[in-house]
Write a protein that binds this ligand. Structure first.
Ligand code: AHG
Ligand code: MN
Ligand code: MN
Ligand code: MN
Length: 319
């Protein structure tokens, strides 16, 4: 069986990118080990601070952020990092060639109920002669050289693309390596499963209201099939389900807070997931455009997200 280093060695992945991926995934193994200790390690509960987006930080948001930040800092190939839990980009090595944006712990509201969480990362090649500044990294998602996530579920899995399809690896605790378990993932074009936070319904636009109403009506409405609904409440878990068996995931624009054009963050949630979905034959859009084409304006920018089965995403956008 092939493991992560075999797969990276047999692909044309540059050595320095391999180094960044190795540091990132090894740190995720350490995060996974910490999560397995749960209450025993005293790492559950609130940290007592807010992040730059006004969210209450969990202890594990802070711990996983610090672990990734420290490890990536020590990697000479890293030029700078951006994280959900850091107000500003953090320059690392001026000579480094890679910029990494990450969500150290996605789905942190699931931590205290022992449910699925994950780490999401997005990598760009970016060089310069002076320490990195935020403007250097406002690069559209289509320029990502690698993207992926590590899912901390019943097993720990790495899902990765370096631009040649999507591979899934399962962490083998006996050997402490990621083993390739699903190659070249493809998302079916059609689906009968959707994921959305229904409690936001009254805040949605008229078009999302009509689209979801038709899914719920199924064969009794305008569709030729009935739909089922699933919601993990961690984007990483919902996207993983879609990569495994198809579906559509929506976190649309709503008027709950008119200042926010969506809940999810472009650079470390939407872009890496959009690259994975497109590499697997799916689609990822806002209500108006392809996510990977968006010119970012800020590191913590939010966007509306509709992603998954290609034909169903088209159908949704046709509303
Ligand atoms: P994070 O835990 O990194 O802040 O992200 C949470 C996100 C995403 O994972 C999920 O899809 C969404 O928030 C769920 O939010 P609500 O339960 O508020 O709808
Ligand atoms: Mn958060
Ligand atoms: Mn998140
Ligand atoms: Mn997070």
């Amino acid at each position: 069986m092939q493991n992560l280093s075999d797969v990276l060695a047999s692909s044309s992945t540059p050595e320095k990118l391999k180094a960044v991926l190795t540091v990132t995934t090894e740190t995720c193994i350490a995060i996974s080990d910490a999560l397995k200790q749960g209450s025993l390690a005293g790492i559950l509960g609130m940290a007592g601070n807010e992040n730059v987006q006004g969210e209450e930080q969990k202890k594990l948001d802070v711990i996983s952020n610090d672990m990734l930040k420290d490890a990536l800092f020590a990697c000479p190939a890293v030029r700078a990092i951006a994280s959900e839990e850091e107000d500003y980009i953090v320059p690392a090595n001026t000579d480094g060639e890679y910029f990494i944006a990450f969500d150290p712990l996605d789905g942190s509201s699931n931590i205290d109920i022992n449910a699925m969480v994950g780490t999401i990362f997005s990598i760009y090649h970016q060089t310069g002669n002076s320490p990195a500044v935020e403007a250097d990294f406002l690069i559209p998602g289509k320029e990502q050289v690698a993207a992926g996530y590590v899912l901390y579920g019943p097993s720990t899995m790495l899902v990765l693309t370096t631009g040649n399809g999507v591979n899934m690896f399962t962490y083998d605790p006996t050997k402490q390596i990621f083993t390739l378990t699903n190659e070249n993932i493809q998302v079916p074009e059609e689906t009968q499963e959707f994921a959305i936070n229904m409690s936001n319904q009254r805040f949605w636009s008229d078009s999302i209201q009509s689209y979801i109403n038709e899914l719920i009506k199924g064969k009794d409405g305008s569709r030729d099939k009935d739909f089922n609904m699933r919601w993990v409440a961690a984007m990483v878990g919902d996207v993983h389900r879609i990569l495994c068996r198809g579906g559509i995931f929506l976190y649309p624009w709503d008027n709950k807070d008119p200042a926010k054009p969506g809940k999810l963050r472009l650079m470390y949630e939407a872009n890496p997931m959009a690259m994975l979905l497109e590499q697997a034959g799916g689609k990822a859009h806002t209500h108006t455009q392809r996510i990977l084409d968006i010119q970012p304006e800020a590191i913590h920018q939010r966007v509306a997200v509709v992603l998954g089965a290609a034909n169903e995403v088209d159908k949704c956008l046709s509303y």
